[in-house]
Design a protein around this ligand. Structure first.
Ligand SMILES: Cc1cc2nc3c(=O)[nH]c(=O)nc-3n(C[C@H](O)[C@H](O)[C@H](O)COP(=O)(O)O)c2cc1C
Length: 332
């Protein structure tokens, strides 16, 4: 039994998102709500165990006190049992609450390597690498939580065969993104297939927690829970348009936040990013957040356009202190 079994359903999970869910963003989200579990961005087991692991290790960095605040799961990916074994050991040694193996990423340059969603088509390799992850984590901490995040199939839903096989591996948790790998992010997530996984788990009499994922917004949460009986709901892109989506006590849709509050949060995000990473991370990746804060109010577009032209933290902070202040004082 792991921490997953202690969570009352429906529990809420922040999805792993590359170049998004670093510890700066995780802290910002956790300061505005109560996600029950958070995931790191995925990290390559091959890079983590290479001679120059620095870039991969960055993805396992946490802020002070984060590991004792809420369960944080480190997600790893790969197709090599050796490196996955070592990477899972590292995750367990670092004090994460669990390790998650990515079996869902559909990006070609990764699936071509026989990893992530490619494992859906390589079930015997999938079982081998999963076993390596478990053995690695358990060699450090017996019973350490092991989970998988996957999709409903490769080019068509093959939920019963694929998810049934994974369920037979006694996972602590299984996250299902209700799309096939071929679909990438197209179309709608199929929650009927996710409900199938819950029924399969129940029929097998297993304790594996099932987490549904795909297109969740605040208003969809309770309907998806009722409709499928999942134990947990994982939110990815929904957090971009609704930073406070995990707030159960005093939820306020992000669209109703004042522009002052949005600009203040943007400023915090930039400062925290600068404080944590300085110039060591690609500043351009920070830009994908600008739209989150500069949408839905008069002057937002003007501010966003100027921010998109910046190339350093101090430039975006200067834009905020000049134009941001002008916007705040001149428009009601
Ligand atoms: C920018 C971005 C990065 C992502 N990176 C990861 C990742 O590192 N690991 C993973 O399992 N899924 C990753 N995903 C997929 C999400 O975790 C999630 O499964 C998908 O976005 C569907 O959920 P949503 O509709 O709530 O966003 C990523 C998605 C996005 C948009």
């Amino acid at each position: 039994m792991s921490f997953w079994n202690d969570l009352a359903s429906p529990f809420l999970v922040l999805a792993p998102m590359e170049d998004v869910t670093d510890h700066v963003f995780r802290r910002l989200v956790a300061d505005h709500g109560e996600p029950d579990v958070l995931f790191t961005e995925f990290t390559s087991a091959d890079f983590l165990t290479s001679k120059q692991p620095e870039k991969a290790l960055v993805r396992l960095e946490t802020y002070d006190g984060e590991l004792s605040r809420r369960p944080l799961v480190a997600q790893i990916w790969g197709g090599n049992p050796e490196t996955l074994y070592q990477a899972a050991r590292l995750v367990a040694q670092k004090g994460f609450a669990g390790v998650d193996l990515n079996m869902g990423c559909p990006v070609k340059k990764i699936s071509r390597k026989g990893a992530c969603s490619a494992l859906i088509r390589l079930p015997s390799v999938a079982l081998e690498v999963l076993q390596a992850v478990r053995e690695g984590a358990w060699s450090v901490s017996p019973g350490f939580a092991v989970s998988v995040k996957t999709r409903i199939g490769w080019s068509r839903p093959e939920t019963e065969e694929w998810c049934g096989l994974l369920l037979d591996q006694q996972l602590d948790a299984l996250t299902i993104h209700g799309r096939t790998a071929k679909q990438m992010s197209e179309g709608e997530a199929d929650w009927k297939e996710i409900a199938k996984v819950v029924r399969l788990r129940n029929a097998k009499g297993l304790a594996t927690r099932i987490i549904g994922n795909g297109d969740l917004t605040h208003t969809a949460l309770s309907a998806r829970f009722q409709q499928t009986g999942v134990d947990g709901l994982m939110i990815g892109r929904g957090v971009f348009s609704d930073i406070g989506i995990f707030n159960r006590e005093s939820y306020k849709p992000f669209e109703s936040w004042t522009k002052e509050a949005k600009i203040a949060l943007l400023e915090r995000h930039i400062r925290d990013h600068e404080g944590a990473w300085g110039q060591s991370k690609d500043y351009e990746k920070l830009k994908k957040f600008f739209k989150v804060y500069t949408s839905g109010w008069d002057g937002a577009l003007e501010l966003r356009q100027l921010l998109m032209e910046t190339h350093r933290h101090e430039e975006s902070l200067a834009v905020l202190s000049s134009l941001g202040q002008k916007i705040l004082s001149s428009k009601p």
